[in-house]
Ligand binder design. Structure first.
Ligand code: HEM
Length: 244
């Protein structure tokens, strides 16, 4: 008698075989993590956590529009909790590493598969955003390395972060690089959000309309809040930043 069951993912193209003859405790979990549906699940879960960080970060950075006093107050407030900030940073870093490793493995696997089976490729979701997930992801990684070096590691502890923000964004090319990065982030989130919803099984006719609206609205909201900051400084409006 066959003691294998196959769980089909919402996408219909990922299988996870559970072999009940393997009695060893925890073995099913190991198999799940190795399967493509398992990796997609952890990809979606880590993506959701990163999205939550982005939402909090966008909300905090929006204080820039109110002026340096408010932004500095927000940054100082965060630094009143150094242990919490350290724990959050380590947690965030680990989630990010998991997301990158799983993402690259799925991206390379998909590229190999689509190269070999052209017909199969046409059956799967095939948009510009979905095809370029690996490239936009790597670009965001490059942005993150530059971003964290600039704002977390490089400034001396005696330079207020609002001054660092003002100085960096007064460089046209720095601001332009940020704008391009936020466009890459928007494209990445467009497919990422859609894919996450599919993996979590929300692709039901009742939610399809809401999901298609959110796959555009979520990236656009981040693009407007984050992208508005370099534009604010590039346009000259940021000249009043230090006076408020
Ligand atoms: C114009 C938009 C942005 C501004 C002005 C900005 C500003 C900052 C600043 C000032 C810090 C240092 C906070 C501190 O230690 O006091 C920071 C940290 C950070 N930012 Fe941003 N950020 C922006 C966009 C982004 C985006 C789009 C991402 C992710 C894709 C991101 C990811 C991070 C990360 C991971 C950290 C380090 C957090 C930690 O210390 O654990 N930022 N950002």
């Amino acid at each position: 008698m066959c003691d294998c069951i196959t769980i089909r993912a919402a996408t219909g193209d990922h299988r996870f075989t559970f072999n009940s003859s393997i009695r060893t405790k925890g073995m099913w979990f190991f198999n799940f993590c190795k399967s493509s549906i398992g990796r997609k699940f952890f990809m979606a879960l880590s993506g959701l956590l990163l999205l939550a960080f982005l939402a909090v970060h966008a909300f905090g950075n929006a204080a820039i529009y109110a002026g340096s006093k408010y932004f500095q107050f927000y940054a100082d407030f965060l630094h009143n909790f150094p242990v919490l900030v350290l724990l959050a940073s380590v947690g965030l870093g680990s989630v990010l590493v998991l997301h990158i490793v799983l993402g690259l493995s799925l991206f390379l696997e998909k590229r190999q598969r689509t190269g070999r089976y052209e017909v199969y490729a046409r059956l799967t979701e095939n948009t510009f955003a979905s095809r370029t997930m690996g490239y936009t992801g790597l670009f965001i990684l490059l942005f993150l390395i530059i971003h964290v070096t600039t704002f977390v590691f490089a400034p001396g502890s005696d330079t207020p972060i609002s001054v660092v923000v003002m100085e960096r964004f007064s460089s046209f090319f720095f601001s332009l690089f940020y704008l391009v990065s936020f466009i890459a982030l928007g494209v990445h989130l467009n497919h990422g959000f859609f894919s996450m919803m599919q993996t979590f099984g929300f692709n039901h006719p009742r939610y399809d309309k809401t999901i298609s609206v959110l796959t555009v609205a979520v990236p656009v909201a981040f693009l407007v809040i984050f992208g508005g900051i370099p534009l604010y400084f590039m346009s000259g409006a940021g000249a009043s930043f230090m006076h408020h």
